[in-house]
Design a protein around this ligand. Structure first.
Ligand code: FAD
Length: 409
């Protein structure tokens, strides 16, 4: 079959690398680089990124690692140790698993009830799950903000519980905790692009898809720069809403169009620091529940020193966007970093804001629509079609794996 893919982000490349084993695949990418929000951005000897923080949520044992393996794209993913820590109010670090130390006796007494809620609660948000209790909200906002770029009140409780179950995985000693790909995000998308090309597939850079050609309710290809490219199947890596704008609305249906109107991306701010001395001090996530804005940070150069100039560290903080006053959000984020690391030697390399059509998540976790569209032969992958219960690039990979299963069936 001839397959046209719109967008060479991680989702498009994963689908392309997998399908090019058996089919003739063309990927059209509007930018002059591939990788979308998951590639390196070299800057002053540091490997900054177009989006992700060089971290794979379930490390070498999640859906992304499994799919990379399945398509033969070899990438070494090293699990972080420790998995994560919390920063206390007085700027000490404690293990993630000792989170009780952060809570009063009253809040600790709610742990069994919270566990029970995680097993049975089907409705409501994470904020409902933690009774809007301010002590618990600080912890849950920090975890949701770091992992999903949403706050507790915007995160469906059921989805968060499913994500936690996937992290806990096979139980103690077998947790699916985060990992860092050696070479950073860029190494992952490079390996996929190489695989696609080895299989005879093609990536067309600088070629924006203007429309999806639909005839009799079936996708027949894509139009790029006025040229028609026929295909038997079209896969879009740009989310349901942007994809639906590429074909005649007559082929949509009112229910689908209505759902699209309600979809919200998740937005965030990332601050990249050049650290002359370790700030976090280990490769695991440092959750920061008592900061005004920053939800967490990492320092992946403890695993891959090549992501910074020799002797330096790359420290990246992330915060869910709490208001539309971007300058104020950034100011508060920078203030957090100054408060947490007084007297430490670092400088700010870059501050990046992610929202609208270059968001953290094209659809906030828990609201994904799946791969199908109202048009036959037109499918969506990427972080607008994440697999249920999987966050970030694990969601992207599990969504692609779901599509591959659907196509096989
Ligand atoms: P994209 O990367 O957006 O790819 C879509 C591609 O389509 C783009 O290259 C775009 O240019 C192209 N395109 C758009 N329109 C057209 C058109 N009309 N024609 C042709 N091409 C088109 N995930 C993690 O797992 N770990 C992390 O540490 C992490 N941190 C993050 C931090 C930030 C600040 C951000 C922004 C994201 C983070 N993520 C993280 C999420 C992760 O980066 C994304 O889930 C993932 O990269 C999304 O990939 P995608 O293929 O769905 O979309």
């Amino acid at each position: 079959l001839r397959v046209s893919i719109i967008g060479a982000g991680l989702g498009g490349l994963l689908a392309g690398a997998a399908l090019s084993k058996e089919h003739d695949v063309d990927i059209y990418e509007r930018l002059d680089i591939y990788g979308g929000r998951f590639t390196n951005l070299p800057y002053e000897g540091f490997q900054l990124t177009t989006g992700a923080l060089h971290m794979i949520p379930h490390g070498p044992t999640g859906p992304l690692a499994a799919l990379l393996d399945r398509v033969g794209a070899g990438v070494k993913i090293v699990r972080t140790s420790p998995m994560g820590c919390f920063m206390t109010k007085d700027n000490r670090q404690i293990s993630f698993f000792n989170f009780r130390e952060l809570l009063s006796a009253r809040a600790q007494a709610r742990i069994p009830a919270l566990m029970a809620k995680m097993l049975v609660q089907k409705k409501g948000t994470v904020a409902d799950m933690v009774w809007d209790d301010p002590e618990w909200l600080q912890l849950s906002d920090s975890c949701c903000g770091w992992a999903l770029s949403t706050l507790s009140r915007d995160t469906p409780g059921e989805e968060a519980a499913a994500i936690i179950r996937h992290v806990v995985g096979g139980g103690p000693g077998k947790y699916n905790t985060p990992g860092v790909p050696m070479g950073g995000c860029g190494a992952v998308v490079d390996a996929l692009a190489r695989k696609l090309e080895e299989n005879g597939g093609r990536i067309h850079l600088g070629e924006k898809v203007d429309s999806v050609i639909v005839e009799d309710g079936k996708a027949k290809g894509v139009a790029v720069g006025g040229e028609r490219h026929e295909a038997d199947m079209v896969i879009s890596d740009i989310g349901h809403r942007l994809t639906s704008a590429l074909y005649d609305a007559r082929y949509s249906n009112p229910k689908y169009a209505d759902v699209l109107q309600k979809l919200r991306p998740s937005a965030g701010v990332k601050i990249c620091l050049a650290a002359e001395e370790p700030l976090v001090g280990h490769p695991g996530v440092l959750f920061t529940p008592y900061a005004q804005r920053v939800n967490g940070m990492n320092e992946v150069t403890h695993i891959d020193p090549s992501l910074a100039p020799e002797g330096m560290h790359l420290t990246m903080s992330h915060q869910a966007l709490r208001s539309n006053d971007i300058q104020q959000e950034i100011k508060l984020g920078l203030q957090d970093l100054r408060n947490m690391f007084p007297g430490k030697k670092y400088s700010v390399l870059l501050v990046q804001t992610y929202r609208d059509d270059w968001p953290v998540n094209r659809i906030s976790s828990g609201f994904d629509l799946g791969n199908l569209t109202p048009v036959k032969g037109l499918y969506v992958v990427g972080d607008g079609a994440k697999g249920k219960g999987y966050m970030e690039v694990e969601g992207v990979a599990s969504g692609v794996a779901n599509l591959l299963d659907t196509l096989k069936a």
